[in-house]
Every structure is written in C-alpha cells, then in structure tokens.
Design a protein around this ligand. Structure first.
Ligand code: ADP
Length: 500
C-alpha cells in the first residue's frame, strides 16, 4: 500500500472543512486550513493545526485560487488536499495541478471528472454506457433555430440548462414555443455570468419528479459499490433543503436496480472515491440519470447514519490505495433525515441574513448530529453560501426520525441573525411530508402554508398524522422484532449481505 498521509490540507471553509478535519484528527493526521481575509476568525481556522490565508474575501481570489492553495499546501508540507464540496472540488485542472505538484487530491482522477463535469458530456457518456438519461440533447446547441427544432421534437414543457451548470442555477422551464426565444436568451446570459460558459442544451421537463440519488464508492483496484439512496425532493429553487434515507418511494427491487445502474455509470468513467449519481424518478417509477457529482455530497451524513460508516475515512483510505472493505450491498439500518440550517430570512424571499451571531444553542440528545461552521460571537460573512449548519438525526423508523428532528430543531436557538429554523420545522410538520408523499414540486406548492398562517393548526395536523403513522409502523416493527428474536437474527442489520 502507498505511504500513509501525515498532513492533509482542506481546501474549503465552514462546516465541511470542519467535518473533514474531524476524521483526520481521529486518524492522527495533522490538519491544515486555508482561509480568506473574511474568514480570519472562522471556526475551521481555529480547529486546524495550521492555517494559511489564501487571499481576499471573494472566492475567485481565495478559495478558487489554485496557485494560492497549492502554495499553502507546499509551505505546510501537506501530503494531500481534500477539496470538500463546491469551490475546487469538481475542477479537473486543479486535480492535474495537484498531480503535477506531487500532492494527492482526495477525489476521483481528472479523467473521470472531465467525463462527468459538463452535463452534456456526462449525458453522452451515459448514453454510451446504456444508462437511461432524462430525454433531451447530449450536446449544447449552436443556434437558436437548432434549439427550437429540438424543443419541438421533444415536446413542451422543456428545461433549458447550462451545460456547465450547478447549484440550481442556469435552469429555465419553458412552457411553449412563444416563450422560447426570451427563455433562450435569459438562460444563455445567466449561464455566462454564473459559469463563464454560455453553452446551453435542453431536456424534457419531467412533471414533478422525485430526486433520488445513489451514493457510490470505488477503489483504485476496479471495485465499485453503492451505499443506497438519498431522497432529496424537498427543494427550493432546485436546491435541496431536507434530505432523507431510505427514500419513502423506493422498494428493494427499485433500490437494487438504481444501485446497479449507478455503479455502471461510475465504472464507465473509471471512477475512484466517493461520488453521487443523481436520478429523477417519475410517477411511473421510471428513473433517469440527471448528473453525477464527483465529490463528497453535502447530505452525506444521512448515509453515514444508516450505514454506520465514516465516508471521509473511506475517501482517505481509498486515496492511499486501500481496497473497499467489502463489496456486498449494505442494509440500511433505521432512518435518517437532515435539515439545512441557513442564515436567511424566509419572510424576505429567503434573502441571506449575514451578521453577528449573538447567542447560539446547539441541540443535543440521542442520535442528533449538528455539523456546524459557526459559534456564538461569530460574524457570518456575506461573501459565501449562507448555510450555517446541517442538523441530522437517526431513529429506528421514519416517523420517529421526523419527531426527533423536529424536537432537535425546537432546541436550536440562533440570535442576532435570521434563520430558516421555523420554516424547516413547518416542512417536517406538513402532512404531505409526514406521509412521505412529496416530490420536487412540494415546497413550491406548499409555499404559502409553510410561510404564512397559523403555526398551531399545522402542528395539530402533523401531530395527528405522525401519531397514526407511528402507530402503524410500531405495530409492524413489533411483529418483525419478535420474529427476528425468535430466529436469532436481531441486530444483524448492520452487517452486509444481499438486500431484502
Ligand atoms: P444542478 O446541477 O444545478 O443542481 P440538476 O441538473 O442537478 O441541477 O437539477 C437540480 C434539480 O432541478 C433537480 O433535482 C430537479 O428538481 C430539477 N430538474 C432538473 N432537470 C429537470 C427536468 N428535466 N425536469 C424536471 N425537473 C428537473
């Protein structure tokens, strides 16, 4: 096996930098933080063994500056760089620069990133690998006329998308041909300003699908497995707000099918490390490849909860040449849900609410995990994504996980800035969420209910619904536990083996 890393630089900030450093610490690895001038007093800087300033506040001049980050890694004598998510995590040229500098990049090879980086290129690769993709184009359009003709063929509504897009940006739903030209111009200019690349293509707009993604993991010896799914349909402006696993809409057969396809997708591009294959699932439960994220995902804690694994540890091991520790499918154990806590004001159209946190109380109790990047007295800067924490829980059943996350959110106190905590609780208490009956249209549909009206009424409905479901599940579980105890298989759910 390759020599062990001694020192890891984390090329990121906030909660994810801290998350990665926690595992490094547990493994006895020394940690190096990088920070912008706006982040001098950030928590990730305080928690690292060493820290280097990499430039002024705008990310372009600091967290996205490949030279500054590589300089810091060389000065610190880091053996490896973990990119977290966002920033340089999916930048193939950075991977090549790390390779050239002799510093290990903790992530897939540049070639796999190239293949999956642009949405159109990824779609073309997937079509070749026999992976079903959302119907649409596999190349950006050269002219408006070409795009129009394609839209006509696919049928409205269509979704115009930036080929180099991400983060829910550069997407435009178009209902009819009369709106096509203005939508096309708007999509192109948004693509240019957000991604520096105005290439646009289109997909058929699926009617309120589910977003279900599969966590995959591959080692450098050609082994690749999946670690089950995450349901990420609670989205606002195409961005995830709440994620859970298992998905309320998957059965073991569909899970196995999607898992196999995800593994095929990853293998077809020579993938190594942690990756996520995202799918849209329609009302007939047909599923289509959406894109692959070639990095650790924001919502990875829910997978860690139900598998008992530390995915960052796996990333570090695989980057040092280790084999995957097992190759059989893994049974998910119990249920996990995560809520993204944002410094934003739902009452002001979710405008970011940076500023000083005067008081902070973090929830606790059994099976509650807070991945946070802030502390009391900290000033949330205005330059970066306003997510301040991810609160996740585990429980034996979905209703219990909902109740636990709601309870944990009720303990969360952040003073000095506005947060979406109340909005998150209202989602969890919404009858459709409680029933597990929600798709990507849920949050927009429930917008008024989630923002206005009477808290008490909503809670009453939810409590009732939760009680009914909890009762049903408890009855089922009781039968299962007694059967398992009788056959001596209780507790085997953490082990791996064929999925039932
Ligand atoms: P990004 O890379 O910007 O996150 P994605 O392609 O992953 O964009 O899509 C984000 C979300 O947008 C999806 O989870 C889904 O809710 C919605 N979406 C994307 N493409 C389609 C489509 N063709 N039809 C319906 N909804 C879509």
């Amino acid at each position: 096996m390759a020599p062990r890393f001694k020192r890891v630089l984390v090329a990121n900030r906030g909660e994810i930098a801290i998350r990665v450093m926690r595992t490094c610490r547990e493994l006895g690895l020394s940690t190096v933080a990088v920070y912008s001038e706006a982040d001098r007093s950030a928590l990730h800087v305080r928690q690292a063994d060493q820290a280097y300033c990499v430039g002024p506040p705008p990310s372009r001049e600091s967290y996205l500056s490949q030279d500054a980050i590589l300089d810091a890694a060389k000065k610190a004598k880091a053996d490896a760089i973990h990119p977290g998510y966002g920033f340089l995590s999916e930048n193939a040229s950075f991977v090549r620069a790390c390779d050239a500098a002799g510093i290990a990049f903790i992530g897939p090879p540049a070639s796999a990133m190239d293949a999956m980086g642009e949405k159109t290129r990824a779609r073309a690769h997937m079509v070749k690998a026999n992976v079903p993709v959302v119907p649409g184009a596999t190349e950006p359009f050269k002219t408006l006329e070409e795009a129009r003709a394609f839209a006509e063929k696919v049928g409205f509504p269509v979704m115009l998308k930036a080929a180099g897009g991400g983060g829910g940006k550069g997407m435009r739903r178009i209902e009819k041909m009369a709106d096509f030209e203005s939508g096309w111009r708007a999509a192109k200019s948004e693509a240019m300003s957000s991604f520096g690349n105005d290439a646009v293509y289109l997909e058929k707009y699926l009617d309120q699908p589910h977003h279900v993604e599969i966590q995959v993991f591959a080692d450098g010896q050609g082994n690749c497995i999946h670690l089950n799914e995450r349901e990420c349909s609670a989205q606002r402006r195409h961005q995830k707000v709440i994620e859970e696993t298992p998905s309320p809409i998957l059965n073991p057969t569909l899970r196995a099918q999607m898992g196999d396809v995800a593994v095929r997708a990853a293998k077809s591009v020579g993938y190594i490390g942690a990756g996520t294959v995202e799918f849209l699932v329609d009302s007939t439960r047909s599923f289509y490849f959406l894109e692959m994220n070639t990095r650790l995902q924001v919502e990875h804690p829910v997978t860690e909860w139900v598998t008992g694994l530390d995915l960052v540890r796996w990333q570090l091991d695989v980057a040092q040449g280790a084999r995957l520790p097992f190759l059989e499918p893994l049974h998910p154990r119990g249920h996990s849900i995560e809520a993204r806590v944002y410094a934003e004001d739902p009452g002001q159209n979710f405008m970011p609410s940076p500023g000083r946190i005067d008081y902070l109380r973090i929830p606790g109790g059994p099976y509650v995990r807070d991945d946070s990047g802030v502390y009391a007295g900290y000033e949330v800067p205005r330059f970066y994504d306003p997510m301040i924490s991810k609160l996740s829980v585990w429980a034996p059943t979905r209703p219990e996980a909902i109740a636990r996350l709601d309870r944990a959110l009720s303990e969360y106190v952040v003073k000095g800035i506005t947060t979406n905590l109340r909005y998150l609780r209202r989602i969890l208490q919404h009858p459709d969420f409680v029933k597990g009956d929600y798709d990507t249209g849920f949050l927009p549909r429930a917008h008024d209910q989630l923002l206005g009206g009477d808290d008490a009424k909503l809670t009453e409905v939810a409590v009732l619904a939760a009680a009914v479901y909890a009762q049903q599940r408890a009855e089922k579980a009781a039968t299962k536990i007694s059967a398992a105890t009788a056959t001596g298989t209780q507790g085997s759910m953490w082990r791996h083996g064929r999925q039932r």
